[in-house]
Design a protein around this ligand. Structure first.
Ligand code: ZN
Length: 300
């Protein structure tokens, strides 16, 4: 194992850390460690580039419990270091069925993005081998008690059926994964119809006055982005959205609800929320039947 420093952390509130990669500036992916008096809660594990557990142990001495915002690769790949995890029950089957790249491919991906001076120091043994772990179900309304600090689980399914946010009411922070941001992807096999996602955003909005910032898997956004999401879902359902066709995301064509500005997460009108969606999966039940063809579901 090399001495390359793969992670860095920023304390965003007392005992709350935003963790990101230190070996590259190409990956905008974040996970979070929230320390209570008895336990520290790790929210997501990113790609497994370097030992996340060893890094977390430099931030806390408390036993670490792992909970996931959803099952996608860029949120779960270092789970094996933690032995077990908590996840919304609607994402568990997809997670347990995940077939992810081995360490050789993950090292190749990491090397492609690493700062040049680190490339010849990074080793295969630095990569965490992906394995699924014992997974306990979470349900909307669950409260995670860390001792002197509690986080509430809110189901905001859409991007994945079991996407959730964790609300730390004491620190007034919502940890939101990919459930509501400037590039909310609703086109995956396990994504929900836009109509269902809208209902879940309205549910999330009930808690909007309990947090001042949304710390997500790729972006940090103000709570007002929920209102923009509700508005844009309404336009998609009414057929009055911008319906921008974008080619290039993982080689596929995607329909975006709002026209883009200069970058993939920038809207032409300056608002913060955007989403891509499957035009056959707008209404619940769908305009067309959802045909299950037993092909592996592309996860990321
Ligand atoms: Zn995701």
């Amino acid at each position: 194992m090399s001495d390359v420093k793969y992670y860095k952390a920023t304390e965003i509130a007392k005992g709350s850390y935003m963790i990101e990669y230190a070996f590259t500036d190409q990956e905008h992916v974040y996970c979070y460690l929230v320390e209570g008096e008895k336990y520290a809660l790790l929210i997501d594990t990113m790609y497994g580039y370097g030992s996340l557990k060893a890094f977390c142990e430099t931030l806390t001495e408390k036993p670490i419990v792992l909970a996931l915002t959803h099952f996608h690769l860029d949120h779960v790949a270092a789970n094996a270091e933690f032995g077990s995890c908590y996840m919304h029950h609607l994402d568990i089957a997809n997670y347990l069925d995940s077939k992810l790249p081995g360490r050789e491919e993950m090292l190749a991906r990491a090397l492609a993005e690493a700062f040049p001076e680190l490339k010849d120091r990074m080793e295969l043994s630095d990569m965490v081998e992906f394995q699924t772990v014992v997974t306990y179900p979470l349900y909307d309304g669950d409260v995670l008690d860390l001792g002197g600090r509690t986080l509430r689980v809110v189901h905001v399914g859409g991007h994945s059926a079991g996407s959730i946010a964790f609300i730390d009411q004491e620190a007034r922070i919502a940890y939101t994964g990919d459930c509501c941001n400037g590039n909310t992807l609703l086109g995956f096999g396990n994504s929900l119809p836009v109509e269902t996602y809208l209902k879940n955003l309205l549910h999330f909005k009930k808690y909007q006055d309990q947090f001042d910032m949304m710390y997500g898997g790729h972006q940090v956004l103000p709570p007002s982005v929920i209102d923009e999401g509700i508005e844009l879902c309404g336009r998609v359902i009414a057929g009055t959205d911008d319906h921008e066709v974008v080619t290039g995301f993982h080689g596929r064509t995607a329909i975006y609800a709002a026209n883009h500005g200069a970058s993939p997460i920038e809207r032409a009108d300056g608002k913060l929320f955007n989403m891509s969606y499957n035009p056959d999966r707008i209404l619940e039940g769908g305009k067309k039947d959802r045909v299950i063809d037993f092909q592996p579901v592309p996860m990321f």
